[in-house]
Design a protein around this ligand. Structure first.
Ligand code: PMP
Length: 373
């Protein structure tokens, strides 16, 4: 099948794999606490990777800690903040966040934190003014994702960051879908905490990072041997970290070539399948994503029929459930239309042939489904 699900995960780039391999076998040392060459070499490799990863987001390497992925980074950021400041009990976030943020917020609610869920417009965007309007004296933090995984919609994180800094409120962003796809520079966006993950940018799965701006309080979530400056214990995943570093070094957020392919696919489907609509802002959007809804077809049936392309409906991370996407619903899209929505996400290895095949294939299947319904 043609793989068009890069927002779910990406293949490891061969150059990343090559960089990782020695760290599984010959150079297998423990990066922490070893008093011999094996450990020192591993520690040096980790620090080199930390520089590469930090550089990708404009951070200082001391402000970056490695985690198992963006889910853990979000948990550490938000739980860590609220545990560190028990006197402040209000969080502001958005309805269209990933479950890895919304479920953390829901858990905090069971612990007495009150959460404001901002509503987006029909394009999936919020404004800094909405955030300003939701601030309370007991607001501790604001969490707004940089780019949405389902629609690719970009939020005005720079404006929100500036507002939070002025208001004295911590600002966290889940930038899992943004790093490697748009320029991400933490100082300019006034970010205090930023989550991301290697497997969305051609690195391995199970390794991610949390950027923690100097001075940001975080209560520990993983107690133990005091790794990562005492902020996240556990023996470091050296091959994963090296791979993440290499992936960040290779990442080029200029996706203008990919945007041409995405536009060819989107325009092609829109003209071949009358009534198709784009979900989310087309102006403020990642260049690799097209989320389309097809009227007059059954969504489940459509996904089943599309067996020769790997795409997703709604969030891949909740694909075990058949509920319509909470992201599309939050944008005011009906259940029926949300069900009949498909996310196409392109990436580094997508070819023009992939796109031409997909165009013909999707148009054919939708036409068949409509005839039979
Ligand atoms: N946040 C966003 C926006 C995501 O797209 C994902 C991955 N689907 C995650 C968090 C979770 O990342 P990880 O798989 O690294 O835990």
């Amino acid at each position: 099948p043609v793989y068009l699900d890069y927002n779910a995960t990406t293949p490891v780039d061969p150059r990343v794999l090559e960089a990782m391999l020695p760290w599984f076998t010959d150079q297998f040392g423990n990066a922490a606490s070893s008093h011999h060459l094996f450990g020192w070499e591993a520690a040096a490799a980790v620090e080199e990777a930390r520089r590469q990863v930090a550089h990708r987001i404009g951070a200082h390497e001391k402000e970056l800690l490695f985690t198992s992925g963006a889910t853990e980074s979000n948990n550490l950021a938000i739980k860590g903040l609220f545990e560190s400041s028990p006197d402040k009990k209000h969080l502001i976030t958005v309805r269209t966040e990933h479950k890895a943020l919304l479920d953390v917020a829901a858990w905090l609610e069971t612990r007495g934190v009150s959460v404001t869920y901002l509503e987006t417009d029909t394009e999936g965007r919020i404004t800094a003014d909405q955030v300003a309007g939701a601030l309370r004296p007991d607001t501790l933090a604001v969490s707004v994702m940089w780019a949405n995984n389902e629609t690719g919609v970009l939020q005005p994180v720079g404006e929100i960051g500036a507002l939070c800094r002025k208001a004295g409120v911590w600002f966290h962003t889940d930038a899992t879908q943004a790093v490697g796809k748009v320029p991400v520079y933490v100082p300019a966006a006034h970010i205090d905490l930023l989550s991301f993950s290697a497997h969305k940018l051609y690195g391995p799965k199970g390794i991610g990072a949390l950027y923690v701006r100097k001075g940001t309080p975080l209560a520990l979530q993983m107690h133990g041997g005091g790794h990562e400056r005492g902020r996240r214990s556990g023996t470091l995943n050296v091959p994963g970290i090296v791979g993440f570093g290499k992936a960040c070094e290779l990442a080029d957020p200029d996706l203008s070539a990919l945007a041409l392919l995405r536009d060819e696919l989107e325009r092609g489907i829109l003209s071949a399948v009358p009534g198709t609509r784009v979900n989310g802002s087309v102006k403020y959007r990642l260049a690799n994503v097209s989320n389309l809804s097809f009227p007059d077809v059954d969504g489940e049936e459509l996904l089943l029929q599309l067996s020769r392309i790997a795409v997703s409906n709604g969030s891949a991370c909740t694909s075990a459930s058949v509920l319509p996407s909470h992201v599309l619903k939050a944008m005011g899209i009906s259940d029926e239309r949300a069900h009949a929505s498909i996310r196409f996400s392109l990436g580094r290895f997508t070819t023009p042939e992939d796109i031409r095949f997909t165009l013909r294939y999707v148009a054919g299947i939708v036409a068949d489904l409509r005839r039979s319904s």
